[in-house]
Design a protein around this ligand. Structure first.
Ligand code: ZN
Length: 271
């Protein structure tokens, strides 16, 4: 099968020049081939959150009462993350980010940090935070949890305290019951990337959260072309496909993303 077909080639040719801004938006589907379950799924056994309705344990309200439980869940998830390796889809996007820092931006909804492994650029936004970090609810500044030497799983909260005020740090991730605070999640900055984009590429996005829907609306208003890579159809992708002709690639991210990135690479070089 030809993943980048004639219609898609035409779209890319018409859209991309050496001055183009291209925004990648990645979701759980890009990390699934690296064996990362959805964050919530990791807590309750490699299944999708929604069918277990585990909403309550991923809230700030729950964290305030049960920090130990939330940290246990989180560290269990991070055990999987720490064993995972970036896959061909992450690597292809990272390569473009490094090669074309003025053309490419990445917004990821994943907290696994797999996009960061080979990339020191600042054109990446983790719009739901990072599972590798923790922060004080009062004093802010996220710090790396790997520096905290958490050794006693039975009383984690003793090890995760703010040096300034002694309160228990929270995971630096967006809970379901709180708004995106700009200083931590750069939501508005991410939307500005979309406003300026000449092309938006979704990879492995299911559309269950606010960000991709809002990003898609901006693209639609601006008539910005959108490409959507997903291993299977979902409602978000189908709605996108209705609005943007020929924009859907139903294929594994690790197969489709490197091919798309190669095409983009060539067109950004075009004189
Ligand atoms: Zn503090």
């Amino acid at each position: 099968m030809n993943i980048i077909d004639d219609d898609l080639n035409e779209l890319l040719n018409d859209t991309i020049s050496p001055t183009s801004n291209i925004v990648f938006i990645t979701g759980a589907g890009i990390s699934a081939p690296s064996n990362i379950p959805t964050y919530q799924g990791g807590i309750i056994g490699d299944q999708n959150l929604w069918q277990y309705n585990n909403y309550d344990e991923n809230t700030l309200q729950f964290f305030k009462k049960n920090p130990q439980q939330v940290w246990q869940n989180h560290l269990k998830f991070m055990l999987k993350v720490n064993r995972a390796k970036a896959n061909a889809a992450h690597i292809a996007i990272d390569h473009l980010l490094k090669k074309f820092p003025n053309n490419i931006n990445l917004i990821t909804m994943n907290i696994d940090g797999l996009h960061h492994m080979n990339n020191k650029q600042n054109n990446i936004i983790e719009v739901h935070g990072s599972g590798h970090k923790a922060r004080c609810s009062i004093h802010g500044e996220p710090i790396n949890i790997h520096s905290l030497s958490i050794t006693n799983a039975t009383d984690i909260t003793n090890f995760i305290k703010c040096k300034k005020c002694g309160s228990v740090l929270r995971p630096h991730i967006l809970f379901f019951d709180e708004p995106y605070e700009e200083q931590f999640y750069f939501y508005d900055k991410a939307l500005q990337y979309i406003q300026k984009a000449d092309l938006v590429v979704f990879v492995g996005v299911s559309g269950e959260t606010t960000f991709p829907e809002e990003a898609a609306l901006i693209a639609l208003n601006n008539k910005t072309p959108v490409i959507n890579i997903n291993i299977e159809r979902n409602i978000f992708g189908d709605i996108l496909a209705l609005q943007f002709n020929n924009s859907q690639i139903i294929e594994d991210a690790v197969l489709a993303t490197p091919l798309l990135c190669q095409s983009i690479d060539k067109l950004l070089h075009r004189v």
